[in-house]
Ligand binder design. Structure first.
Ligand SMILES: Cc1cc2nc3c(=O)[nH]c(=O)nc-3n(C[C@H](O)[C@H](O)[C@H](O)COP(=O)(O)OP(=O)(O)OC[C@H]3O[C@@H](n4cnc5c(N)ncnc54)[C@H](O)[C@@H]3O)c2cc1C
Length: 314
């Protein structure tokens, strides 16, 4: 991981910055590129407009590591309401949540109960084709607990998906078990700062591992087990490599699903749909956007210039 990236990831975890950063107008302006708005209505309107271009969406309210039970209950209630709104508007949208938002740091059983409520409501949105409730993957200390709760939920609920990170050495092994469950899996490179003992340090190794894991997730065993694999990356070279490889395996284009974040590689999102692939966009909203925004800067330190330009236009 480059020094600039490491500094930015650390900045996203800094308490002073988390509290004060969002108050600067230039920061708010820069963040608006990745965030259609703070309100759930902004996210729903954006999902509706993307649906017109045949782009499906994933909605997530920003927030992590709640410290009080009532906060986790409020997040759960918010998502239950959101799923109701998705049903009313008949939107091609699913929801993605962080387990630390649902109380994982407080009480595992309580977090699981909140998760199950959301999975069940997700299924009820469109009973004929139940929507998947997605679980984000957070820092490495949460990976075991996240996969354990995922496996537990998956036993009784087929409509639950989980994210895995290609930068972790362990992910190849984790994917083996997920395939045996016929899981829904979202593959990402990984957004946090992790030590070299557990994560690939060089970008090219992460990219190579992503490709290798994508091949496994799209391979014959995974297809036989009914795995839903989503390749969540903005890396156009990697997308092309996966798509070319999938063509050699006679995997139909409409079974290849790519996902990106709102505001990044918009032309590529549309190009994928035009070429017959499935294209999803993750829309984040909410007032707790600062650490998430700084992680987006870290993914592409050149974005810092974008932030700096806004200092002068603010
Ligand atoms: C749908 C979705 C869900 C995700 N969920 C999780 C999760 O649950 N847990 C987790 O750890 N991570 C998650 N991530 C983030 C992911 O781990 C990466 O940090 C992020 O996607 C950047 O990696 P990349 O694959 O796009 O490749 P990179 O090699 O970082 O980027 C490839 C190219 O994409 C463009 N690009 C990438 N990021 C940006 C940016 N911020 N601004 C502008 N251009 C950019 C640039 O042109 C860059 O050269 C998610 C990402 C997506 C798209």
């Amino acid at each position: 991981m480059s020094l600039a990236r490491r500094i930015l990831v650390k900045a996203s975890e800094n308490h002073w910055l988390r509290e004060h950063g969002p108050h600067f107008r230039f920061v708010r302006l820069a963040a608006s590129r990745f965030l259609p708005g703070e309100k759930v209505e902004d996210a729903l309107a954006t999902a509706e407009s993307l649906a017109k271009s045949n782009i499906t969406t994933l909605l997530t309210e920003l927030g992590e590591n709640v410290t009080e039970r009532h906060e986790a209950e409020a997040v759960t209630a918010h998502y239950l309401d959101l799923l109701g709104r998705i049903r009313e508007a008949n939107l091609p949208a699913e929801v993605s949540v962080k387990l630390t938002q649902l109380g994982l740091d407080l009480d595992r059983e309580f977090c699981f109960a909140n998760l199950v409520k959301l999975i069940e409501r997700s299924a009820a949105v469109s009973p004929s084709t139940p929507k998947t409730l997605w679980i984000d993957m957070e820092q490495s200390v949460y990976v075991d607990r996240t996969l354990e709760l995922y496996a537990l939920a998956r036993r009784s609920h087929p409509n639950v998906g989980v994210c895995v990170q290609a930068y972790l050495h362990r992910t190849a092994k984790d994917i083996e078990s997920l395939i045996q469950m016929g899981a829904a899996v979202r593959l990402v490179k990984g957004a946090y700062s992790e030590p070299p003992e557990i994560a690939f340090a060089r970008k090219q190794d992460v990219d190579e591992n992503f490709f290798r894991l994508a091949q496994i997730l799209l391979g014959p065993e995974a297809r036989k087990m009914g795995v839903r694999a989503v390749m969540a990356t903005h890396d156009r070279a990697l997308i092309a490599r996966i798509a070319d490889w999938a063509a050699t395996q006679q995997i139909p284009k409409d079974q290849l699903e790519f996902a990106m974040l709102f505001g990044i590689q918009r032309a590529e999102q549309l190009r994928l749909v035009r070429d017959g692939y499935r294209s999803d966009v993750l829309i984040s909203y909410g007032s707790f956007w600062f650490p998430w925004f700084v992680r987006r800067l870290a993914e592409r330190p050149a974005n810092v210039w974008f932030l700096v330009r806004n200092i002068f236009s603010a």
